[in-house]
Design a binder for this molecule. Structure first.
Ligand SMILES: O=C(O)[C@H]1O[C@H](OP(=O)(O)OP(=O)(O)OC[C@H]2O[C@@H](n3ccc(=O)[nH]c3=O)[C@H](O)[C@@H]2O)[C@H](O)[C@@H](O)[C@H]1O
Length: 425
């Protein structure tokens, strides 16, 4: 005798012989659809719940901040250890190239330094970890966190009364902007605004020095580039976000009385540098016997950069901090006008890319396998050249390291850091 189930949901249509056949079929398919719909709704709901849990709870998975021990580390690290004119500086992007160098220099002269870095994987995070270790050895504490985390920033300002912020956290790289545009908005726009909001609300407000870029000059053809030259023709999204940063910081200066100094860095290079930059990746390839791609402009014109050595840039950063003047607002209210400044930090002597390669070949004692290709339309500009008279006048900025000398120091570091001096070559 067939079961009720078999009666209602026969395995083969031929089994259905009663007169309610159509009704049963209809009922069967409607219920199945209903069950499927329920199942899909449940699945979607669980997925959305999981997503929102992950988003809101992300902090809890990645957060490594908070607690008594952590606060003690922040307070100790922020402590000024010199008697006159010391400052307590929050350095964002402290595990980065420029950030790590500036942090060490500030600490060395007795200023308080607390770093923050999100240790993202835009390039090898182990290099960032190594920089962090170096800073830790010099009693500099680095918070593992993102500048978009306003709760973290508020907490930091609550427990350490920073007099200055050296804002170097950013999504760098000119060409990568075509691959991952969102990361530029996240760090260079949203992150900047989050930081400025916290700074403007803090009491007292810190003075802010931050990294803009030579790339804001974009398609400007007037050389050398002066701060008053036009910067409304960016050639990359990276440049556009840095230019936007200059406008955004101006607003915070104007409305809230924050002291702001923007530094236009010109292709900074040196030991502990960024592996995504040409001098660094060329070195890696040359040592590994791999070819390098050298871009050329129209009519085979060589590209040129005003390569600037890291120690010179550090001096420029510190000179800017020392002369930044005070923010005038407090608790979100402006009490008077505050300084708003922009400076080029370049070297004032551009070198072509093939000349830079020749210097690397000399220091590495290895010939490069060069492929010359026409510069792709991916955000590059043909040349950069800084006029640095403003920075010189304001805080005595005077670069002293030429590219030949700077690359020699870089190669020495590279060979040692990657173990080539122990027979790898
Ligand atoms: O001053 C800045 O504001 C910027 O400086 C830096 O950008 P750039 O000056 O473009 O440096 P970098 O990539 O080292 O290319 C150097 C040269 O090599 C050429 N280049 C590059 C790659 C390659 O494969 N081949 C090549 O010829 C290339 O065409 C160029 O002529 C920072 O990365 C950036 O974050 C920002 O800070």
């Amino acid at each position: 005798m067939p079961s009720l189930e078999e009666e209602l949901f026969p395995s083969t249509p031929g089994k259905f012989k009663d007169r309610n056949r159509h009704f049963h079929r209809c009922f069967a398919s409607t219920s199945t659809m209903f069950l499927w719909a329920l199942f899909l709704i449940a699945l979607t709901a669980s997925y959305l719940c999981f997503q929102s849990f992950m988003d809101s709870g992300n902090r809890y998975f990645t957060a490594t901040w908070g607690g008594h021990h952590w606060e003690k580390n922040v307070i100790n690290s922020a402590q000024i250890r010199r008697s006159h004119g010391g400052m307590s500086v929050l350095v964002t992007g402290a595990a980065g190239f420029v950030g790590s160098h500036v942090s060490l220099a500030l600490k060395k002269r007795g200023d308080g330094v607390v770093g923050i870095d999100n240790f993202n994987n835009y390039y090898d995070p182990s290099l960032k970890k190594a920089r962090k270790n170096l800073l830790n050895q010099n009693s500099i504490f680095i918070v593992d966190g993102d500048i978009n985390d306003s709760k973290l920033l508020v907490k930091l300002f609550d427990i350490a009364r920073f007099t200055h912020v050296m804002h170097l956290a950013a999504q760098a790289g000119v060409r990568y902007a075509m691959e991952n545009p969102g990361s530029y908005i996240h760090s260079n726009i949203a992150g900047l605004v989050t930081l400025l909001e916290v700074c403007k609300n803090s009491n007292p407000q810190p003075a802010i020095v931050w990294a803009s870029s030579s790339s804001v000059y974009g398609l400007n053809e007037k050389v050398p580039f002066s701060e008053s030259d036009r910067t409304d023709q960016p050639a990359s999204l990276y440049a556009a976000t840095k230019k936007a940063g200059e406008e955004i910081t101006h607003t915070y200066n104007h409305i809230y009385g924050l002291s702001i100094t923007g530094l236009r860095f010109f292709t900074v290079y040196g030991p502990w540098g960024r592996p995504d930059m040409a001098y660094f990746s060329f070195t890696r390839n040359i040592l590994q016997g791999k070819p390098i791609t050298v871009y050329r402009g129209k009519n085979r014109v060589d590209l040129a950069r005003d390569f600037t050595y890291i120690d010179d840039v550090v001096k420029g950063c510190i000179g800017s901090l020392d002369t930044s003047g005070k923010s005038t607002g407090s608790g979100g209210k402006k009490r008077g006008p505050a300084p708003y400044r922009i400076f080029n930090l370049g070297n004032t002597s551009p070198v072509t890319v093939p000349m830079m390669v020749a210097m690397l070949e000399k220091h590495l004692k290895v010939k490069a396998k060069k492929n010359f290709v026409v510069m792709p339309g991916n955000g590059d500009v043909p040349f950069t050249h800084a006029n640095i008279s403003s920075a010189r006048k304001e805080f005595g900025y005077k670069p002293t390291t030429d590219l030949q000398t700077g690359l020699k120091k870089f190669v020495k570091w590279y060979l040692s850091y990657y173990g080539y001096d122990q027979g790898k070559l």
